[in-house]
Design a protein around this ligand. Structure first.
Ligand code: GLN
Length: 186
């Protein structure tokens, strides 16, 4: 709908996947996996609601569609959003409480080396841009932290990141997602 999708497309294709943009409910048909990119969660949710994509998206994720949600994408899925725009609600599919722009404004964007579960060889370069801050985690499992706060979580078919893996050269997270998505029966 909106946001950093071009970089995700490149990262997915470099990881061996074929891609398509999802802009209508029909576009959801037959997918093996879905990336919810970074951008502006309020705009994304509003646009998805307007074109009738929000509820089909919820259904597809509830049915087990593998999802990689980054930054704003994480906010879109969350159970609870603090500092939400008026009327903004998460889809309630990811059991975390998240604070929009919790790491500060655009000027406070930063990069940090992260140890991520399942990527043992070296730190992953995490690019944080007006990133959401995970305030608390319920049923989701924390797979990476930064300064004691969760920055990557997994819950069933959902992997959600506070940072932007598509903006680094490191393709390990996209490769892992493509591998995982290709194993789940569509
Ligand atoms: N602050 C944005 C939001 O609330 C997220 C920023 C991002 O995706 N880089 O949606």
């Amino acid at each position: 709908m909106q946001g950093a999708f071009a970089e995700h497309i490149r990262a997915l294709e470099e990881s061996g996947a074929r891609t398509r943009m999802v802009r209508t409910r029909e576009d959801l048909e037959g997918l093996d996996g879905l990336v919810l990119p970074g951008g502006e969660s309020t705009t994304m949710t509003m646009l998805m609601e307007r074109v009738g994509l929000l509820e089909p998206l919820r259904g597809a994720i509830e049915h087990g569609l593998p999802v990689l949600a980054t930054c704003a994408g994480m906010i879109v899925l969350a159970n609870e959003i603090t500092d939400a725009m008026e009327g903004q609600h998460g889809l309630g599919l990811l059991d975390i409480e998240v604070r929009r722009n919790g790491y500060g404004r655009q000027v406070d964007s930063f990069e940090a080396g992260l140890e991520i579960e399942g990527l043992p060889d070296s730190e992953f370069p995490g690019v944080f841009i007006r990133a959401p801050l995970v305030e608390s985690v319920g049923d989701a499992k924390v797979i990476a932290t930064y300064e004691g706060r969760p920055v990557a979580v997994r819950q069933g078919n959902i992997t959600a990141l506070c940072f932007h893996p598509e903006l680094s050269r490191d393709r390990r997270l996209h490769k892992e997602f493509v591998r995982l998505a290709s194993q789940v029966p569509a």
